[in-house]
Ligand binder design. Structure first.
Ligand SMILES: [Fe+2]
Ligand SMILES: [Fe+2]
Length: 471
């Protein structure tokens, strides 16, 4: 087991104390990070006491500690999952060889790009959500938001540690640039499109944590298979924290749906009492699910093939031995692609279809969540059912982006699509309405009318616990 140093200025289990050069470099980056947080994080709440969980180790069960903390004093640390003894490369061209504890020269650029792209999403989401605290529907939810924000900050640390440790001067420059780009900035935006959209309402936030954080889960899971061991171990531990973000989303959307159904069941019109109607929830889901699917990249991708062949990115749960062909050389992936006004079958060599496979695992996971929401609607005897949009719908990346598809996945012409746009995606009127529902509730145990309380508070605290103490 690795040694955890919690007393250090940067808590870690990577032996920073012994590596003076790295320590100096990271201690130089730290004040820039704090400035970034104070500038573009949830800065209006910097002086308040938030009941937060802080990572203090990587052991199963006891890895986190809950206490009140002012966010700028949060102990952002560097934690890697413990190494696996004698780990071997388990997929791609180098199968059977020892894993790498250093970056092989020929993979340096590709690997750095993967780490920078992942790292860029972490501060981006904090920037996107920076004003949401003002309209939190409860103290419980406000705490959840800040928990997610603080942990995205730690994920940035995780990626910056890799850049500083393994990529020399270029890595240090990239680490600086991660604090310089800004979500939505015209001149210097964040790298991926979904991370440049502002998140102005809590419905957006819960959709983001359900669908976009879940894309993050699949990207991290693919990197957790990596032959570059420090990356595999870093991302493995990030996944532990990420689970809470996705739960926040899944439960948040679920509580909105639950509240609406409850009101409908009681014969009320949700719109008249400041709740969010199910058809609006569906349109937000259509928007965030499709934008998140774009993050997987092209379904037919030579780039993805190379990342797999060289052992940098595996399939979802590749290490569990669920794939019969760990080199992925023998099979192909069948996809239906648009050609003119009809669909034709296309066979993609399996290695080139790695993004498509990862997307399929993601879609199955999303489907499970939508089914859970629908079971609640069924229990409350409401006829409406939430539908996960087809992976063809509203795509701007990949094999479906050249044509128009309905949320059910049928090919239609642009005119037909545009005429339905406001049935399928949020209109300005929807956005205005949802925004009008966003009223701040700050009394412990109370919740805004558009969302049901959760069954219990975090860390087994009662619902009326003071999750945020204002200064
Ligand atoms: Fe993250
Ligand atoms: Fe996250």
């Amino acid at each position: 087991m690795s040694q955890v140093d919690l007393e250090a200025r940067i808590p870690n289990n990577v032996g920073l104390r012994e590596d003076k050069r790295l320590l100096r470099a990271l201690e130089k980056w730290q004040p820039a990070f704090i400035d970034w947080w104070k500038d573009t994080g949830p800065s209006d709440f910097n002086a308040d006491q938030i009941y937060l969980r802080t990572a203090i180790g990587v052991g199963k069960g006891g890895w986190a500690h809950f206490d009140y903390v002012k966010m700028p004093d949060y102990r952002w640390g560097i934690f890697l999952a413990d190494p696996v003894v004698d780990r071997k490369i388990h997929f791609g061209d180098h199968i059977g060889e020892s894993i790498w504890n250093d970056v092989p020269g020929e993979m340096r650029n590709r690997l750095r790009r993967l780490i920078v792209t992942q790292g860029d999403t972490e501060p981006a989401s904090v920037e996107q959500q920076r004003l949401l605290g003002h309209t939190a529907p409860s103290l419980y939810d406000m705490r959840s938001l800040f928990q997610v924000n603080a942990e995205e900050g730690r994920h940035l640390w995780a990626m910056v540690y890799l850049l500083h440790s393994y990529f020399g001067a270029d890595g240090r420059d990239e680490a600086d640039a991660l604090l310089e780009r800004r979500s939505g900035d015209e001149d210097s935006p964040r790298i991926l499109e979904a991370f440049n959209k502002p998140i102005t309402t809590w419905l957006d936030f819960f959709c983001f944590t359900t669908f976009t954080d879940r894309d993050g889960k699949y990207q991290l899971a693919a990197l957790a298979e990596s032959s570059f061991d420090p990356l595999a171990r870093t991302t493995q531990f990030m996944l532990t924290e990420e689970a809470y973000h996705m739960q926040t989303g899944e439960n948040g959307v679920g509580r909105i749906i639950h509240r609406c159904a409850e009101l409908m069941h009681a014969g009320e019109d949700p719109r008249k009492v400041g709740a969010i109607p199910l058809d609006i929830v569906q349109r937000y889901i259509n928007e965030w699910a499709s934008a998140s699917m774009d993050l997987f990249g092209g379904e037919d991708s030579t780039n993805a093939a190379e990342s797999f062949a060289s052992g940098l990115k595996g399939r979802y749960r590749e290490g569990d031995g669920i794939y019969k062909d760990p080199k992925a050389l023998e099979h192909s992936y069948k996809a239906e692609v648009p050609e003119g006004d009809h669909m034709v079958e296309k066979e993609i060599p399996l290695r080139r279809a790695m993004n498509a496979l990862l997307l399929d695992s993601y879609v199955a996971d999303c489907q499970r969540i939508v089914s859970r929401w629908n079971r609640d609607l069924e229990r409350q005897q409401i006829d409406f059912r939430i539908v996960l949009p087809s992976k063809r719908f509203n795509r701007h990346q990949g094999i479906y982006s050249s044509a128009c598809f309905t949320p059910q996945g049928e090919l239609v012409d642009a005119e037909a699509w545009n005429s339905q746009r406001e049935v399928w995606l949020p209109s300005q009127a929807d956005r205005d309405y949802v925004e009008s529902c966003m009223v701040a509730v700050r009394e412990p145990g109370k919740f805004a009318n558009w969302i049901s309380p959760p069954p219990r508070g975090v860390n087994d605290q009662p619902l009326d616990f003071e999750f945020v103490k204002f200064h």
